[in-house]
Design a protein around this ligand. Structure first.
Ligand SMILES: Nc1ncnc2c1ncn2[C@@H]1O[C@H](COP(=O)(O)OP(=O)(O)O)[C@@H](O)[C@H]1O
Ligand SMILES: [Mg+2]
Length: 224
């Protein structure tokens, strides 16, 4: 196994002077290729902050973060956005679907926006619709879908670009138990069958158990 995410001695603060908030204080974490890691911790402990730093969505931090062997601190903006586009898929608590596009156009959007043709993506689209159980819903509009179905669209969208890593921030935070189970089973399947590395933030012990390992964030440091 080799490390696909490496976080070394990362410090992150918000604010200044008397209002400074030390959110991460020497956080260390390594995720090996093929792992499915659940990141847990109290509300406000810095889980989203850490996930966004790993995803290159926030570039201001001290320490070192490498993803797929690339040191995020040294990449140019363009190199970082390429790394994100090719290697990372993001899933959030709120699905961020485009309401006036149907299911398949939502799934295709990040790729078509970056210049890929719909025809080149046909096979991967069919495959991911099948895996996410959305084949019948491919022409449906998002507002006709349940929360769980909408989250599966967001996951399909994240996976279509064939990333190595999925970064998910409370992906079941807005879902009932049955839909949460569906989403976790889908992650477990993507992890096993496609070898996707998954790092998910979750509050739920049940959801965390679907992963292969739990890491806890306590006082700005990772434990476990
Ligand atoms: N953009 C921001 N500006 C200022 N403070 C922030 C910002 N984002 C997060 N924080 C603060 O950082 C801390 C950790 O937040 P967050 O990473 O969202 O926690 P978690 O996801 O574990 O609930 C909180 O105290 C939060 O208020
Ligand atoms: Mg959060």
């Amino acid at each position: 196994m080799s490390a696909i995410i490496e976080v070394k001695n990362v410090n992150k603060t918000f604010g200044k002077n008397e209002n400074i908030n030390h959110v991460l204080n020497g956080a260390d974490m390594t995720v090996e290729e093929g792992e499915f890691v659940s990141l847990m911790g109290a509300s406000g402990s810095g889980k989203s902050t850490l996930l966004y730093l790993i995803g290159g969505l926030d570039r201001s931090f001290e320490g070192n973060i490498s993803v797929c062997g690339k040191d995020l601190g040294t990449l140019k903006d363009k190199e970082l956005s390429d790394l994100r586009l090719k290697n990372m898929g993001f899933v959030f608590q709120f699905y961020n679907l485009v309401m006036n596009l149907n299911v398949e156009d939502n799934i295709l959007l990040p790729q078509t926006i970056n210049g890929k043709k719909k025809s080149e993506l046909k096979e991967s689209l069919n495959e991911i619709l099948e895996i996410t159980g959305l084949t019948e819903k491919r022409k449906a509009m998002p507002n006709t879908l349940s929360g769980g179905q909408q989250q599966r669209v967001a996951i399909a969208r994240a996976v279509l670009g064939n990333p190595s890593i999925i970064l998910a921030d409370e992906p079941t935070g807005n879902l009932d138990t049955a839909s949460s189970k569906e989403v976790m089973e889908l992650f477990a399947r993507l992890n096993k069958e496609k070898g996707l590395t998954i790092l998910q933030v979750t509050h739920s012990e049940q959801c965390a158990e679907y992963g292969t390992r739990i890491v806890k964030l306590v006082d700005g440091k990772t434990v476990g």
